[in-house]
Ligand binder design. Structure first.
Ligand SMILES: [Zn+2]
Length: 314
């Protein structure tokens, strides 16, 4: 049995994946999401994945590791045992010294790396130095395939980087797409249930990654829409090639007008009128509900959540 709990992470992402008494956490929302939605839900994690350094993904993980670090300093038993941290630090992707990578988001990445080292978490094990498209792992029966970042995203990231003098590297991080480009996307399955967790990756990079992993088209049980349902990250082609029983939109609607009505239109129009599927929300977002109401006539999709707890008994 594989369960996906998409937690109430405000404008961000936090997904707890459970199977056979084990769990991994993919992103932690903002700092406050740790106290409000994550803390106390588990005693052990096989892995924590931070898809990228943006605050609405990394903040809650920093809060959790910070709390564990304080427990360690106070010589207390850890409230959570974490085996691994899956996270690409910009300096490792770009093969530059960590101290030339500046900017608020990347500083958080540096903090995460320091906390992980202090807590003795195994970094990116068993994937290698950089988590990149095509690498796979099996964690006690949960198969993990990395769909992104792939060569296109990593090359674009490096090119953007090289246009800036590393000494004034802070300028590079003002382009918000730089962290998004590096988003880790994961395809997860226990052999029965399947899910695609997309971080804030872009549709073209996701499609490239799926094709490289042998999926020209893909039908999954669970698809988390990339980038909180932003229209900038999806295309009609994406929704035609990647279909799902359960689509998940993780946002409270307070940031960038997510989800975009256009993204919802693309999703619904990619499916046949008689198709049955469900669109889940981690928070009530009235604008999105109105947009879906306008698309509903003659169609059979359902809208659900919060909460978003998706379980398959296989
Ligand atoms: Zn985000």
């Amino acid at each position: 049995m594989l369960t996906f709990e998409f937690l109430a992470a405000g404008p961000g992402d936090a997904c707890l994946v459970r199977w056979d008494g084990r769990a991994i956490l993919v992103d932690g929302g903002r700092h406050g999401t740790y106290e409000s939605a994550i803390k106390g839900r588990f005693q052990r994690l096989e892995a924590v994945c931070v898809t990228h350094v943006d605050d609405d993904h990394i903040g809650g993980v920093l809060a959790m590791l910070g709390a564990l670090h304080r427990e360690q300093q106070d010589q207390l038993e850890p409230s959570v045992v974490i085996e691994r941290l899956w996270f690409n630090h910009a300096a490792e992707i770009l093969k530059v010294p960590a101290d030339v990578v500046r900017g608020a988001s990347f500083a958080q990445g540096g903090n995460l790396r320091r906390l992980a080292t202090a807590l003795g978490l195994r970094r990116n094990e068993p994937f290698g130095d950089v988590i990149r498209q095509g690498v796979t792992a099996s964690l006690h029966g949960l198969d993990v395939t990395v769909i992104a970042p792939g060569p296109a995203a990593l090359d674009t990231l490096a090119a953007k980087w090289q246009r800036h003098d590393p000494q004034v590297a802070a300028a590079a991080v003002k382009d918000h797409s730089v962290p998004n480009l590096s988003s880790i996307a994961l395809y997860l399955t226990d052999g029965t249930t399947t899910a695609l967790l997309t971080g804030d990756a872009r549709a073209d990079h996701l499609l490239d990654g799926l094709a490289a992993c042998g999926h020209e088209r893909l039908h999954v049980d669970v698809l988390k829409l990339p980038h909180h349902g932003s229209a900038k990250n999806v295309t009609a082609d994406f929704f035609e090639r990647v279909t799902a029983e359960h689509y998940v939109i993780s946002t409270d609607g307070t940031k960038h007008g997510h989800p975009d009505a256009e993204a919802l239109r693309l999703l619904v129009r990619s499916r046949a009128a008689e198709d049955r599927y469900t669109i889940h929300f981690t928070h009530r977002v009235e604008a999105a509900e109105r947009a879906l109401d306008e698309l509903r006539a003659g169609r059979r999709f359902e809208v659900a959540g919060p909460p978003v707890v998706l379980t398959s008994t296989g």
